[in-house]
Design a protein around this ligand. Sequence first.
Ligand SMILES: NC(=O)c1ccc[n+]([C@@H]2O[C@H](COP(=O)([O-])OP(=O)(O)OC[C@H]3O[C@@H](n4cnc5c(N)ncnc54)[C@H](OP(=O)(O)O)[C@@H]3O)[C@@H](O)[C@H]2O)c1
Length: 346
Amino acid sequence: MRMIVTGASGKLGRLVVAALLGRVPASELILVSRSPDSLEDFARRGATVRYGDFERPDSLSAAFAGGQRALVISTIGVQDTPAAHRAAFEEAVRSGVQHIVHTSVPNPVEDNPFPPARVHLHSEQDLRATGIAWTILRNALYAELRSRIATKYIRDGRWTTNTGSGSHAFVARTDCAAAAAAALTGDGSEGRVYDITGPELVDAEQYVALLEEFGGHPIVRIEVNDAEYERYRAGFSADPNNAAYFELFAGTGEAIRAGYLNQVGTGVQHLTSRLPLSLREVFGRGSSSIRRDAARSRHAHLCTRCVGRARRPGVGRELKLEAVYRLRRRPDEGTTYWMIAYRRAG
Ligand SMILES: NC(=O)c1ccc[n+]([C@@H]2O[C@H](COP(=O)([O-])OP(=O)(O)OC[C@H]3O[C@@H](n4cnc5c(N)ncnc54)[C@H](OP(=O)(O)O)[C@@H]3O)[C@@H](O)[C@H]2O)c1
């Protein structure tokens, strides 16, 4: 049986492919991506790699041809997310796919302030409407994002939050990937919605305790309201020193505080027959990279206006380069991120 994985070049996508390769021969995999060249390593192992972009639905029929099951990984940064997911579902059905597994978000209901909740409410409805077998994996917030940004809080000695006394069961991407691979290859998940979460809820006090344990010094928790948090986040995003970090949206903190994201699911155990990693274990696994990132972020801090030297490829002449940070905004999500470019200095 041939299985399609869309978004195969993303962080989750690559982990899913790695998990699938432990379950099925590479020749059964059809990996679809907007950047198929980046999947050369999997192609060498025997997987079929094809170009496919949900925002270019005309690309999907060739991309999906021959697949019987499909994992449709939710997108990020597209103009109209429900339309993009719908295009993928519809083309998968037209191509003869009989079962679609889709990654969603926790508690996608109309009044959930978590920013992607409403988008995924529509996508889940569209998936059910396809008329073929479906499985929904409601992935909790990634533990890796919380452990990565911990570097910054540890370095700054403070953490600003609007989550109040709310809590969330952060999940490791590797567990999301293992669950997705199991749902795609196994039987019995059809028509089921799984909460893919970590094993336990983590609240603000427990998170600070982790920061202090891994940082080795006290961390001040600054609890703010949503408007203050939004101002903090705007400043955070505008600071080039934070280019490598992802800070939660105010709506995410609001949703955690109001109890919209406090599910502890058994999806990982059910699908993979093993316990998911805790946030503490993800911190532990990342402790060397937490240290490395802390060192890098110190470097980035020093180098905000650094002038470095580099060789222009093919010319060999040494150029003096200045880092230039440009603010970009994604209109669909209001996401702000930094592009780093280089220009000749002087
Ligand atoms: N649970 C969380 O905390 C959390 C956080 C952030 C995002 N997410 C969601 O989970 C997904 C996977 O997370 P990740 O960490 O792997 O994110 P990522 O590394 O940023 O990957 C983005 C994913 O979106 C796909 N994509 C973007 N535009 C697309 C398009 N036009 N057509 C088809 N696919 C498109 C990419 O596929 P290609 O580049 O291969 O085409 C890739 O799989 C994200 O896309 C987002 O929906 C979850």
